[in-house]
Design a protein around this ligand. Structure first.
Ligand code: AMP
Length: 302
């Protein structure tokens, strides 16, 4: 069994300095599973409302994503409204409507309980634990979160962190979670909550990996046009976890390669609104950009 993910499926309304989009397909689980589907089989756990159009489900199916764990409930789909200024690294949330997620009680199918690799995408930390507690013996568990939950459900989030191997989080949120402005000190405090590996996403400045005795720094791909940063973090996580689930090798060197695949997926995603760029993306483009990343970071010793 491949990769199991729980997270949001959303209608997003997003404004950037370059345009805006209303009620487009979004959500942490949507971006994550689409990006991960280039590397492995993905099974999704989430809920949508009666207003969710069939065409979006068709898209997810076209990416071979298993929707057995996707429930359609009476009520409205989750909605998020956000804005970016020219400081594209940070989304400003204008509105969050949990809607059908407020009462969602997921029950995993038997084959989902056997999942080896689990990703708890950004969603209510109680829900993240409810899903994880049903998985029998996962080999690797990673999770993401955001300021909405750090501020609103801190104790529940800390309980979730006690159960995960890897936390993927952005820099502002890492500082907020640790109550510590210095990233290196914030990283060791967060690792003391549970995750042995911490990945801090820094938008256009790349990502930092903190392990037990090692730190690894990956750049972001220098793009000429960043159109909409929404979903960058989730598609990073999708590439990262998809590659790990495909290779089932969790050693440091492979985790570093996975970070580059994550960075590749994030770099494609920000080239257009919603999931539009991922709709046309082909695997050979991913391989080409992975090779460009190698050239970007390579230097020779004397
Ligand atoms: P990111 O990858 O961090 O840009 O995530 C963007 C996605 O997160 C958007 O498509 C939103 O629908 C989703 N999102 C925003 N706020 C929340 C929240 N509080 N819980 C779950 N998902 C959210």
């Amino acid at each position: 069994m491949g990769l199991l993910v729980v997270g949001s499926i959303a209608f997003d309304s997003v404004k950037t300095p370059f345009g805006h989009a209303e009620d487009v397909l979004g959500g942490s689980a949507t971006y994550f599973s689409t990006a991960a589907s280039y590397f492995t089989d993905v099974s999704l756990v989430a809920v949508v409302g009666e207003d969710f159009p069939e065409q979006h489900l068709q898209f997810l199916r076209s990416r071979n994503i298993d929707l057995t764990g996707l429930e359609r409930a009476p009520g409205k789909t989750f909605r998020w409204k956000g804005e970016y200024t020219y400081e594209l690294n940070e989304a400003h949330t204008l509105d969050t409507q949990l809607n059908v997620f407020q009462t969602f009680r997921p029950r995993l199918a038997e084959k989902q309980k056997k999942s080896q690799v689990v990703f708890l995408a950004n969603i209510d930390p109680d829900l993240q634990r409810e899903v994880l507690s049903q998985v029998e013996k996962p080999a690797l568990v990673a999770c993401d979160t955001m300021n909405f939950w750090i501020g609103g459900k801190r104790d529940a989030l800390v309980r979730t962190l006690g159960l995960v191997d890897i936390l993927i989080i952005n820099d502002g949120e890492a500082r907020e979670l640790a109550g510590e402005p210095n990233l290196v000190r914030a990283a060791s405090k967060i690792r003391s909550f549970g995750p042995r590996t911490l990945i801090i996403k820094r938008g256009e400045y790349g990502a930092l990996l903190f392990g037990k005795d090692s730190v690894f720094s990956a750049p972001a791909y220098p793009l000429e046009s960043v159109f909409d940063p929404t979903g960058a973090g989730d598609s990073f996580a999708g590439g990262f976890m998809g590659y790990l689930a495909n290779t089932m090798n969790f050693e440091d060197a492979n985790i570093r390669r996975a970070i580059i695949f994550g960075s590749v997926m994030a770099s494609f995603n920000v080239e257009d609104f919603s999931l539009n760029r991922l709709r046309t993306l082909e695997y050979r483009e991913i391989e080409n950009r992975y090779r460009e990343f190698r050239r970007l970071t390579h230097f020779d010793d004397l």
